[in-house]
Design a protein around this ligand. Structure first.
Ligand code: FAD
Length: 525
């Protein structure tokens, strides 16, 4: 039987197979040559001490013990060309994993996506970055793979159900992600690798007989006697089916407006809003690893920080080590930031959303919009940022200490945000209470992370699409909308996920509930 061991080693030992075998041979008192193979099951960094250690969980195979490479297979999907059709709107992680799960159940997904496929989408991202042109259907949030396609591809989640998380991670590996994502405590894929994985998922859906429609925007949902009948596209085409998984993400404002207009129950939902802070990665490394130079063996350091300020949580969100700040607007006339990293996280800057939790009462000035009050609050800040920075995709920016002292920065050095920055006192972008909390919060952050509060850090505003400003209520068991039969609100836009993995899990859950309603049970393979 292979021996399982938990150990803490230096980064040098963790990175070198021979050194690791030598180390283990002493631990288990067996000659190094007797160790056939060491499988790493879990890996994390312990940076609490000055001498950084790597925690490993390993499985040691001695000579003569049977060792097999961990090759993950795709499920044995049936052909669903002639099966019952289910509409899935949105090809983000929720929609894609819903479609795959429907196929496993023997149902035919019709996956409808307003944006372009991953290749076509690239050109539109260039247009935002270089020409300040925002295509309302194809941008950093809309298009094949959804909001997570051009991201850091962080794959951790607060979900307590390890089984669900592992299933998604294993499927991603089967579709081409590296085995490392099953091992690392904080796995990530990276912008350069995600598109190919997403393309392969789409090709599998098509190969199994599912339908995938790009550049097809849903503009209406057909409903009769409180039951779904189908959808209408922007071209006036009707696609009919009485089961609809609605996975349109947190930025599909037209979908929220459509539901509101049709008097389909939706609710305002609190979210978080703030800025995206960019530091030199070397500075974050020196804070997190207590060193002058990170060296070759440690990855660019991430950070995670949270403080209570004036009774509200202020915290880092979607931190991207070695990453780039991206222009994530989904309409002309607004500015929105978020961040991405390549798989090696080898850019010279580290960025993170730094956001403050909002409460429903903050949306009072927008009360006339009812359930859309939070969305209008969010929109107003994004539009103000656009006006202040010069009515392009340039972003309002300020040095961090200058912001805490309400001082306009004399000049803003070049940041990773390609469309450029305009020096603005960021207090002008936010309501007063939010500015106060952010100012105080950054001062508090500086006390916990020495060196964090610095004018080397540039704040970009706003970071506003942290989660959906709307919830689409659904039954806790059937996952069907509370009023409309056959409508399954799904993923982040409906308020049931916050990130790639949790959205994918929710997609699978909704598909399973559609299967349940249609008497289709998951096959045991
Ligand atoms: P989405 O991914 O938003 O997908 C919704 C899809 O629906 C979109 O493709 C959209 O085009 C489509 N759609 C909308 N309206 C319509 C319509 N009317 N008709 C047809 N189609 C429609 N999360 C992480 O976990 N890790 C990260 O590292 C990470 N980094 C991110 C970086 C960036 C730049 C961004 C923008 C987001 C990042 N996120 C990250 C968040 C993550 O992408 C989302 O949580 C996740 O994608 C939500 O999945 P979803 O399927 O619910 O919705």
């Amino acid at each position: 039987m292979p021996k399982e061991l938990l150990l803490q080693v230096t980064p040098e030992i963790a990175a070198n197979e021979l050194l690791l075998k030598d180390y283990l041979s002493k631990q288990i008192k067996v000659a190094s040559a007797e160790i056939q193979h060491v499988s790493i099951l879990k890996r994390s960094i312990d940076a609490r001490q000055k001498a950084i250690k790597i925690n490993l969980k390993v499985l040691i195979y001695l000579k003569g013990e049977v060792f097999q490479e961990n090759i993950l297979q795709l499920p044995d999907y049936p052909n669903v060309t002639n099966a019952q059709e289910v509409i899935v709107v949105g090809a983000g992680p929720a929609g894609l994993f819903a479609a795959l799960q429907l196929i496993e159940l023997g149902l035919k997904p019709i996956l409808i996506e307003r944006g372009k496929d991953v290749r076509g989408r690239r050109r539109d991202l260039k247009a935002i970055n270089r020409d300040h042109i925002v295509d309302e259907d194809s941008n950093y949030c809309f298009g094949e793979g959804g909001a997570g396609t051009y991201s850091d591809g962080k794959l951790y989640t607060r979900s307590k159900k390890r089984g669900d998380v592992n299933r998604i991670l294993e499927l991603l590996v089967a579709y081409g992600a590296t085995l490392d994502i099953l091992v690392d405590a904080h796995p990530h894929i990276g912008t350069n690798k995600l598109p190919k994985i997403i393309e392969d998922i789409r090709e599998k859906i098509k190969e199994c007989g599912g339908q995938v429609l790009f550049e097809t925007r849903v503009i209406d949902i057909l409903i009769k006697n409180n039951e779904v009948e189908g959808i209408v596209t922007q071209n006036g085409d009707r696609i009919l089916a009485n089961k609809l998984i609605l996975a349109t993400g947190h930025s599909a404002r037209d979908i929220f407006e459509l539901l509101d207009r049709k008097k389909i129950l939706i609710e305002a939902k609190p979210f978080a809003l703030g800025v995206r802070a960019e530091h030199p990665q070397s500075l974050i490394d020196s804070i997190q690893y207590s060193c002058d130079y990170r060296g070759e063996l440690l990855p660019p350091a991430p950070y995670s920080i949270v403080k209570q300020v004036a009774g509200r949580g202020m915290y880092s969100f979607c931190m991207c080590p070695g990453g780039v700040i991206a222009p994530c607007a989904t309409s002309p006339g607004e500015v929105v930031t978020n961040g991405w990293s390549p798989s090696k996280r080898d850019q010279v800057t580290a960025n993170s959303g730094i956001v403050v939790e909002l409460k429903l009462e903050d949306f009072k000035p927008f009360a006339k919009f009812g359930a859309l009050a939070g969305m209008e609050f969010q929109k107003s800040i994004e539009q103000k940022a656009w006006h202040l920075a010069g009515k392009t995709q340039k972003v309002p920016a300020q040095k961090m200490i200058d912001f805490t002292q309400s001082k306009v920065s004399k000049e803003i050095p070049k940041t990773s945000y390609v469309p450029g920055t305009t020096s603005i006192e960021l207090g002008q972008v936010f309501p007063g209470f939010l500015t106060q909390i952010l100012r105080q919060g950054f001062t508090e952050f500086g006390k916990s992370m020495r060196g964090y509060l610095t004018n080397e850090a540039i704040l970009h505003a706003p970071e506003s699409r942290t989660s959906s400003p709307v919830r689409i209520p659904r039954d806790g068991i059937t996952l069907e909308h509370l009023q409309i039969k056959g409508l399954y609100p799904c993923g982040e836009g409906a308020g049931y996920a916050g990130g790639i993995i949790s959205a994918a899990i929710d997609g699978e859950k909704c598909a399973l509930m559609v299967g349940e309603a249609l008497n289709k049970k998951p096959r045991i393979i």
